[in-house]
Design a protein around this ligand. Sequence first.
Ligand code: DAK
Length: 259
Amino acid sequence: MNEAYAHLIVSRQGRVGIAQLNRPQALNALNSELMSELVHALQTLDADEGIGCIVVTGSEKAFAAGADIKQMADATVVDMMGSPFLGYWDAVQRIAKPVVAAVSGYCLGGGCELAMLCDLIVAAETAQFGQPEINLGVIPGAGGTQRLTRAVGKSVAMDMILTGRRISAQEALGFGLVSRVFPASSFLEDSLALAAEIAAKAPVALRMAKESVNRAFESSLAEGILFERCAFNLLFSTEDQKEGMAAFVEKRKPSWQGK
Ligand code: DAK
């Protein structure tokens, strides 16, 4: 499935698709080629009916140390404005299936922004998160000022973005940036087990749940609740709703069809 990728290893474990960033010599710095490959892989997994959940991960040492500084060091404003780079971020956001960022090691700058684009972040206890762009004379440019602020609140976001300091996995857990911290020794296994648990749920309900939670960031409370209600009602047209509720009543495990 992944033979064509230069900077990515794509694999599957049951219903979980795994996209592993693989530019070890640059701590998985996100250059255009890597982002383009990532988008292609995610779209392929998203279209695959056999996949229920996608995990984006890196190496033990780095999820990603940011966008590739060497690639953009000499760029002009016109180069940046014409760059396809941000389009890749938009494409990641449009993936319909749940995407878990499994973060070990450095998760900095654009790496942190990529993780925040995923639906949830789980971390190894060794993970370090940060938005160090201020130290390069710039600011986060792929959503960091917005998504980090929504995730951890204004004061912590300002602290991280104005100082560029890195926070530990435990701090990130306390701030609500990550949902779980796993021991380094079992991190990937634990992350994949979580993804497998999600992947085993009713596919259409998963999609609706993801879409509904994301509405919380894009709409007023009233509009979000209206969206949720419509999505909830719509699920009563699925076979999986009938199966899920019948299975509960009959005291057996449901068998999802994704219909
Ligand atoms: N880019 C390019 N190469 C990187 C890199 C990066 N972000 N991070 C590390 N590397 C490379 C290093 O240059 C080094 O390569 P060689 O010198 O061996 O050739 C190799 O990876 C190993 O790194 P170190 O030798 O530095 O390793 P250490 O363990 O000593 O330090 C570190 C690890 C993560 C603390 C350090 O490498 C570091 O500070 N890295 C930079 C972190 C950073 O500043 N990240 C933010 C980058 S700016 C955009 C929107 C958003 C963005 C861009 C565009 N648009 C709107 C178009 C995002 C911007 C960013 O993310």
